[in-house]
Ligand binder design. Sequence first.
Ligand SMILES: Cc1cc2nc3c(=O)[nH]c(=O)nc-3n(C[C@H](O)[C@H](O)[C@H](O)COP(=O)(O)OP(=O)(O)OC[C@H]3O[C@@H](n4cnc5c(N)ncnc54)[C@H](O)[C@@H]3O)c2cc1C
Ligand SMILES: O=C1O[C@H](CO)C(O)=C1O
Length: 585
Amino acid sequence: MDPCIARELSKLDPLPFRASSDHLHHTWAKTFFSRPELYIRPQTIPEIQQLVTLARRCRRRLVTVGSGHSPSDLTCTSSWLVNLDDFNRILQIDPTTQLVTVEAGIRLGELGDRLEENGLTLENLGSIDSQSIAGVIATGTHGSSLRHGLLSECIEGLSLVLANGQLVRCSATNNPSLFRAALVSLGALGIIVEVTFKARRAFNIAWRQERYSLAQVMKEWSVDLWTSHEFVRVWWLPYEKGAIVWHADQTDLPLRAPPKNFYGEWLGYHVYHNLLALSSYIPRILPWVEWFVFGMQYGFRPGSTVIEAVEPARAGLLMNCLYSQFVNEWALPLEKGPEAITRLSAWLHGDTETARIPLSSKDLYVHCPVEVRVSDSSKNPNPRPFLDPTCRDGPTLYLNATLYRPYLRDPPCRRRYYEAFEWLMRDMGAKPHWAKNFTALGSTELHGLYREDMDEWMKVREDVDPEGMFLGEWHRRNLPLFTWGEKKQSAGAAGTAARSEEEHGLLLPLLERESELRQADTRGAGDGVEWIGDRRWKNHEVSELLVAEQYELPPDHPASTSSTASEESFDLLAKGEASIVFPQT
Ligand SMILES: Cc1cc2nc3c(=O)[nH]c(=O)nc-3n(C[C@H](O)[C@H](O)[C@H](O)COP(=O)(O)OP(=O)(O)OC[C@H]3O[C@@H](n4cnc5c(N)ncnc54)[C@H](O)[C@@H]3O)c2cc1C
Ligand SMILES: O=C1O[C@H](CO)C(O)=C1O
């Protein structure tokens, strides 16, 4: 262990520090890998507070990872990776008020089991329930229902451990700005440790899935496609000009398992996987693969096969996401859906006039489906997260361009398909899903999509983590960290001065920059990429000096070592309304 860590650890209370140094982190999809210096699995709040204090004193960035289901480099670090899988208890369930408090590492599936024992369930789910509750909140995870918004809309309160090691609680009435920032936190505010949410009485759903033509989807779009059932999702098959429409409603009917199909589970899974692998060498088979695979599973003609079942909502709402994948998903107003789908469809079919996308689709073949989902957060009475990508005033459509990575190999169409898809989404004013594989936007354009909401988020963030302990390259790429507010003013319009201060590590000294991206050399990593951070802490003495300079304390001031400066200012911060105050000389 780095002698600095051992030295600082010896000064702290003798609490367990459950850290290992040989952890290989990767996303669920094995798109990104990283090797954190330490992987820490705390079990109590004091342990979490202490590890934050230790990180601050040792000048380390901290990343919290849930189940690693975000497919981008958001959770990659060469510094310290914290995981709350062992901090996952249910703290309180009140079947009368339906209020539930949990430790933030709990996975949705495990939470579902415990809620069910108490006659409760989560009111809405996305495609899977493997995520941690904190991870789901952090990135704005959604399901598909116009009667619900983001999954986090049921959250009533949160507790976080901030960069100063202090525990703060927030809710709609207690520190509401922090609450609105923490509802989509991107892991950048602190470590969320407890979550209180309102559950729903456990219910079953009757679901039905059938094939439509795309023309039928378009015809019903603004009639009742999205409104006639509580939960509706559509998989668009671009070459077939068709779709699989799934919908579900609460029911009292007895449970009925989905019908078995000889092709269904095991055989279909492997046939599809191998056809996708073959298509990386012969891309032009992809329209045929779409016809064959979806025909075998859901019938070859609209309405020819109907699949129905009655299941507990917590199982029935989920789907099998099959293989490793890139996902590129954007939110836009629901009424823009027909235009978006028509233009993307035209582009894939070579009709450049209708597509109005200035990129060629010649000889390009892509995977399906494009997931088409909805949510509506406009009627939610709870505070809106500052970084909520859904529409403020009406229903939201999500378009998710899925690209599988058969046997962990990247498909050849990825760059061109995503370039065109993202071009279209930007042209239509859409906002990217924070967790997914978007690339085209920079921090300036993203700021343009959120404006004062992002400013508010940035202000709260900077107040609770002024040194950037919870920031990395992903945040640097996507948030205007060095060019907003006062920094922007002092830096002039181009933000040049702020950038050069950043170059010198004066601003956000703990932010972890990327130093290298390379092919992961681990066996079985496929085309996965290893993310390597800058390990700035190696220059430990320099960074302490920089911190003192940044806070403008004289070098002989008792608070001019990094840790003291942080602790004293944070004490005040946590008591008051989030602004940094420095000790007087
Ligand atoms: C197969 C699959 C299906 C999916 N289906 C859907 C879907 O239907 N709808 C949808 O919207 N998204 C979906 N997603 C995306 C997924 O819901 C999000 O990526 C979610 O954030 C993953 O949660 P996680 O626990 O894995 O978090 P991670 O990916 O590990 O982390 C995500 C973010 O949360 C932060 N974080 C985690 N824990 C904490 C904590 N305790 N305190 C502070 N910050 C924390 C991390 O730092 C990071 O910034 C899917 C992803 C996959 C791979
Ligand atoms: O990210 C996601 O992956 C699945 C699609 O396979 C899904 O629904 C997401 O959202």
